[in-house]
Ligand binder design. Structure first.
Ligand SMILES: CC(C)(COP(=O)(O)OP(=O)(O)OC[C@H]1O[C@@H](n2cnc3c(N)ncnc32)[C@H](O)[C@@H]1OP(=O)(O)O)[C@@H](O)C(=O)NCCC(=O)NCCS
Length: 174
């Protein structure tokens, strides 16, 4: 399968669409209990869950052009570092920014760099009015990322069958 061309670049990160050939990256990312701690209590994704993710991500590129979940690698050495997304929360009108990084990549400002590029793209290119972010109440790192990219704490909300902290960004008038 041909590797898709980079879709967006930030100073350190290259983002591109996922293909089915990338299932091993997702399996690796989701196999680390530290990564999955605030997502599902630390359980690695099963092969069936990884396959479902790959299908959903692939389908959403054509269902929702311009939105998606993009594979992230370091520009300097090509290392896989995880993914960033700007996508509808299923069965809601809400578009969320999201990210999941391999543990080796944490603590270097990479989540902030990638998420801030997607939020800017959402407001400036897609002209979205509102982008949200949600986190587990204990996920301070993710909450800090959302605030650093300009989203504002907005209390509690209910998404993905969970009670979560909500962060909201609104487009500034031009
Ligand atoms: C959340 C996650 C993406 C953060 O990635 P990261 O690249 O380490 O984040 P950054 O380096 O951009 O850090 C953002 C801010 O959070 C702070 N931070 C990082 N880890 C933290 C922690 N464990 N507790 C508190 N603050 C933390 C950083 O210091 C930084 O703030 P600063 O610049 O003022 O120092 C990463 O930990 C991850 O992938 N976790 C697993 C998946 C996940 O939880 N995704 C989010 C689901 S809502």
């Amino acid at each position: 399968m041909k590797t898709p061309k980079p879709w967006m670049k930030t100073p350190r990160i290259a983002l591109r669409q996922f293909t089915r050939a990338d299932a091993g990256d997702i399996a690796y990312l989701d196999s680390d209990p530290r990564v999955m701690r605030y997502i599902n209590g630390g359980k690695p994704s099963t092969p069936a869950e990884v396959a479902a993710t790959m299908s959903r991500v692939g389908r959403n590129y054509w269902l929702y052009p311009g939105l998606g979940t993009w594979r992230a690698e370091l520009r300097d050495n090509g290392a896989f570092i995880g993914w960033f997304s700007l996508k509808y929360i299923p069965r809601t009108p809400d578009i969320e920014v999201g990210y999941r990084l391999v543990h080796e990549a944490w603590g270097r400002g990479l989540a902030t760099e990638g998420a801030s590029a997607l939020v800017r793209y959402g407001f400036e290119t897609l002209e979205l009015e509102r982008i949200i972010g949600i986190t587990h109440a204990g996920n301070r790192a993710s909450q800090n990322v959302l605030m650093k990219v300009g989203l504002v704490p907005n209390g509690w909300a209910h998404y993905y069958d969970q009670r979560v902290r909500l962060y909201v960004g609104t487009r500034k008038p031009a």
